[in-house]
Design a protein around this ligand. Structure first.
Ligand SMILES: [Zn+2]
Length: 137
């Protein structure tokens, strides 16, 4: 399972929650396009996305653990820096403490990381929907 087939050029409507877009749009120093990209990445930085650890807090998942990595909670740091499921797609990403600096060093860095994060979140959402369907069936 990978995310290579779903790398977006920019976040799509379903990648963004309206509340996140409103939050980012509050900063009038960024363009609408930048606000859209930032809103798509906000769940990663806050951890309030389709991560099992977050969803488990609200009983939307049976376990906080990653379905690929036994005994490890699935949160934003796990999926980007440690998860075996996304290892090939992620490659070598700057460590968490240097990631934002790396993104700000160049447009390509910014685009590559943002596409990666949005692609992973899209895949996590797809996986969650599949688990829900399997649970109902
Ligand atoms: Zn994992």
């Amino acid at each position: 399972m990978g995310i290579s087939s779903c790398k977006p050029e920019r976040p799509q409507k379903e990648d963004i929650r309206l509340s996140e877009l409103h939050t980012i749009s509050g900063f009038r120093t960024v363009s609408d396009e930048a606000a859209t990209v930032l809103a798509g990445m906000l769940p990663f930085f806050t951890g309030h996305g389709w991560y099992r650890k977050y969803l488990h807090r609200f009983r939307h998942e049976d376990t906080p653990e990653c379905s690929t990595c036994p005994n490890l909670d699935e949160d934003s740091e796990h999926v980007l820096f440690k998860c075996l499921r996304y290892r090939d797609a992620v490659g070598t990403v700057s460590p968490p403490e240097g990631m934002v600096t790396f993104m700000l060093e160049g447009e390509d860095n910014w685009r590559n990381i943002s596409h990666l994060i949005i692609g992973i979140q899209r895949d996590l959402r797809r996986c969650k929907k599949e688990r829900r369907i399997m649970k109902i069936a």
